[in-house]
Design a protein around this ligand. Structure first.
Ligand code: GLU
Length: 374
């Protein structure tokens, strides 16, 4: 009942497809599975849904194309292998979508692209235009140019960010396992499939454990993290076994397949979601208990009087982690002052800012419009 209710409101969906799903036992792209998935995408299109795909598989496809026995290790090797594989990957999607009268578009992104508000909004408009052309956007990280500093980390994370960029209503993650289990089903015979996760608790995160497969970079933990991020956007996630025939259609009909993660509440605004999850934080602002309470319970701005100390170097406008007494981050926001300025203002009254600095940008360190409790 709950699934069909949720699915009634879904118009635009992000489908994340992992390397494990797209490849066969030899590690090569599996044309039969890709054809099956594209059949599912076509069925969703026919029922009036818009589909944005986030696909891994560039490195796996490149490795198989080049006949490499091992996963590439150095960064230039990975980038070269991805460059080879990305074209193979797109070719495979084009071939599999064509019989359904559908066309694919390649969209390669880096964390830096989405971290710039302007480029983020550009990416949004481009995705809109592609969907208006009735094309299926196939997004991947731009592996050939990324270095660690601008990396999304993994495509599970990227897919959660794409739910925000594309203003999607559902995230469907296709993976190599039926869903979230209470333990590791490969080693624990008592492990059971969890059909519904109402909220992502520490227990849920624990049962997701570490990474699973040797091919993709993600594991169950990154999928749960993606579901949490999508949920912050008010977007539910369904995790399913991507190789199963008809599974995409079944999931969208509301059949009880895989694991459904409900979003925690209505979610924050899309801009706040971008601040919290797409931007890379560049420093930490430690605050006292009183300020913590005001931020958590009253949704107010962070004032200099609540700041205990600042760590890292950042300029005015940077994204910063806001941490409590225990050092744990509980909020994120855009700072109105640089790290150097904050270190001078810590514990002081807003009215003294101008006296201390000789100028002022305003009364607050982080304005509540730019602050998100995580
Ligand atoms: N972008 C990588 C690829 O296409 C995959 C990253 C991931 O699976 O998380 O091979």
């Amino acid at each position: 009942m709950m699934r069909t209710e949720i699915l009634k409101t879904v118009k635009r969906i992000v489908i994340k497809i992992g390397s494990r799903v797209l490849t066969d036992d030899s590690g090569a792209l599996d044309a039969a599975v890709i054809a099956q998935i594209c059949g599912g995408i076509a069925a969703l299109r026919d029922s009036g849904l818009q589909v944005v795909v986030v696909s891994s598989g560039a490195i796996a496809a490149g490795r198989s194309e080049l006949g490499l026995a091992e996963r590439p290790r150095t960064i230039p090797q990975k980038q070269a292998v991805a460059a080879v594989g990305q074209t193979r990957l797109m070719h495979a999607y084009q071939e599999a979508l064509a019989p359904h009268g559908l066309k694919a578009a390649q969209v390669l992104l880096t964390g830096e692209d989405l971290g710039s508000r302007q480029r983020f909004l550009n990416a949004r408009s481009t995705l809109d235009a592609l969907l208006d052309f009735d094309v299926v956007p196939i997004i991947n990280e731009n592996d050939t140019v990324v270095v660690d500093e601008i990396k999304f980390g993994d495509n599970d994370n990227l897919s959660a960010l794409v739910t925000n960029v594309s203003e999607a209503h559902l995230l469907l993650i296709l993976t190599d396992i039926e869903g979230l289990f209470t333990g590791d089903p490969r080693t624990d015979p008592d492990a059971r499939l969890v059909p519904l996760v109402r909220s992502i608790t520490r227990d849920i995160e624990r049962s997701a454990g570490g990474t699973g497969s040797g091919i993709g970079t993600g594991g169950m933990a990154t999928k749960v993290a993606a579901a949490r991020k999508a949920g912050k956007n008010g977007v539910p996630t369904i995790l399913i076994a991507g190789k199963q025939p008809g599974i995409i259609e079944a999931a969208l009909r509301g059949e009880p397949v895989g694991t459904l993660f409900l979003p925690g509440g209505d979610g924050v605004s899309r801009r706040k979601h971008w601040i919290a999850y797409t931007l890379k934080p560049s420093g930490r602002v430690m605050i006292d208990e009183g300020a913590c309470n005001v931020l958590l319970k009253k949704g107010k701005s962070l004032l200099p009087s609540g700041v205990v100390r600042v760590e890292g170097r950042f300029e005015r406008g940077a994204c910063v982690r806001i941490c409590g007494k225990d050092g744990k981050e509980f909020a994120r926001g855009l700072s109105d002052y640089s790290a150097t300025e904050i270190s001078l203002l810590a514990g002081k009254k807003s009215g003294d800012i101008e006296v201390i600095l000789g100028y002022r940008y305003g009364d607050v360190i982080v304005h509540r419009d730019n602050l998100v409790v995580l």
